[in-house]
Design a protein around this ligand. Structure first.
Ligand SMILES: *Cc1c(COP(=O)(O)O)cnc(C)c1O
Length: 436
């Protein structure tokens, strides 16, 4: 397992994160446990922010769907980034920590009237309008509330990035946004003249996730700038903001080669500037909204090894006390991770095992064919790069309570998410009188 962020192997031969021995974390908080490396999280925010700031007018916003808790929203606020929310629940979390509303972007392909009203009443900075139905609805709510709302339009630019089928979003056949190649996007811009409460600010697109090819982003910037020029020509509207989405790839597994933020900036910003000059339009402010690249590498999950099953000549399974409930990505996308034994961190690999979760589902496998020192029940398995889309996508399948999450830094560990209890699991159960 590649050591990321503040990870190191300490004198006791244990994995340490944020200056805290992971075995101490296990003693205090139990397993499974999500561990968030505060310095790694903050540094990822800072590196992105600095890289973009050096290239001109820009803004980095954190796609909170990757991991949205009150503590992470506070870290983002302290680092001065904006926040992207995609639901009333994420917005509520941001409001609960007094996140500056003018820096909140509200996304989503089917925002409910209640969610839109919540966003408008709380004066969210920008609403990313996804479709014609929403445009009409938003305008009506704004009129009722007596408010004007800055918006950007989500565009589906017809670009296919090389990534998993379910995490690519920019192609024509997508549930998201106004389609560019068939003229729908231009029609959307023109129709804005019917909606006086909506203030056109710019465009948004997001071509997918876990992308490593800078050409995909550069090509997107070119296509979007051509559209910016077309909008100017046909409607006179000036695009002051161009949001190019998130999707920067991170290191999960051997072969993944993340591109530093500077390289992204160098690949994309010149395209935007050159095209602006070529078409004679003002250079828009470039906004990016990475989630995974900020929080993914900062997260590690700790599990306790329990049972095992050796099928001679075929495979040895070891099972941990979590699985698809706390990390559905391998089952959902076939995602790969790396792992190590946190309590045998400096022992050489001795056997190849596959790591199963504890759910009643054959697909509940966390890792295949990972080389580890000899594995015994009670060992602590650490899986790296689990910060993004793990807690966020977690579930209670088999009524397994969700793990706790701790924030570690400078030798200190603080709980930021309580472990669910069995009583939490039945909290919303209702037994009607006739069953009593
Ligand atoms: C998911 C998503 C992001 C963040 O994607 P990452 O891969 O986590 O960077 C940003 N913008 C939009 C619109 C998204 O749907």
């Amino acid at each position: 397992m590649k050591l990321q962020g503040t990870m190191r192997i300490n004198e006791a031969g244990h994995l340490e994160i944020g200056g805290v021995d992971t075995l101490d974390l296990v003693k205090e908080f139990g397993t499974p446990l999500w561990v968030l490396d505060e310095r790694a999280f903050r540094e990822n925010c800072r590196k992105l922010k600095e890289a973009f700031a050096s290239a001109g007018d820009s803004q980095v916003i954190y796609a909170s769907k990757a991991l949205c808790t009150m503590a992470t929203c506070i870290l983002v606020k302290e680092e001065g980034l904006g926040l992207d929310v995609v639901s009333g629940g994420e917005l509520h979390t941001a409001l609960a920590v007094d996140f500056p509303v003018e820096k909140i972007y509200f996304h989503g392909n089917n925002k409910t009237p209640e969610e839109i009203e919540m966003a408008v009443k709380n004066r969210v900075g920008i609403i990313v309008v996804d479709n014609f139905y929403e445009m009409e609805l938003l305008n009506r709510i704004c009129q009722r509330e007596g408010r004007e709302q800055r918006i950007i339009l989500r565009i589906s630019p017809g670009i296919e990035a090389h990534t998993h089928e379910y995490i690519k979003t920019g192609q024509i056949d997508s549930k998201f946004g106004f389609t560019l190649p068939n003229g729908q996007a231009l029609e959307a811009v023109k129709r804005l003249s019917d909606y006086p409460s909506l203030i056109y600010t710019g465009l948004h697109c997001h071509i997918g996730s876990q992308i490593f090819e800078m050409e995909s982003f550069a090509h997107t910037a070119d296509v979007m700038m051509a559209f910016v020029a077309q909008i100017r020509e046909e409607t006179g509207l000036v695009t002051t903001e161009l949001n190019l989405g998130g999707g920067f790839g991170i290191y999960y597994y051997e072969g993944d080669e993340p591109v530093p933020p500077e390289a992204w900036v160098q690949a994309v910003m010149p395209c935007v500037k050159e095209k602006a000059a070529e078409f004679g339009v003002p250079v828009p402010r470039v906004v990016v909204e990475p989630g995974r690249a900020i929080v993914g590498p900062a997260g590690t999950t700790l599990y306790t090894v329990g049972s095992y099953k050796d099928i001679p000549g075929i495979r040895k399974y070891i099972a941990v006390d979590g699985g698809m409930g706390d990390n559905p990505r391998p089952a959902l996308y076939g995602s790969k991770y790396e792992a190590m034994l946190a309590n045998k961190a400096n022992q050489p690999p001795e056997e190849t095992v596959s790591v199963a979760g504890k759910c009643c589902e054959s697909g509940d496998m966390l890792l295949w064919d990972v080389k580890l020192p000899r594995v015994e029940p009670g060992d602590i398995l650490a899986v790296s790069a689990t910060g993004a889309y793990n807690y966020a996508m977690s579930m209670n399948y088999n009524r397994i309570p969700r793990p706790a999450m701790v924030l570690v830094g400078n030798g200190q560990a603080d709980l930021i998410l309580k472990r669910e209890t069995y009583d939490d699991l039945i909290r919303n159960d209702v037994v009607p009188a006739r069953l009593r």
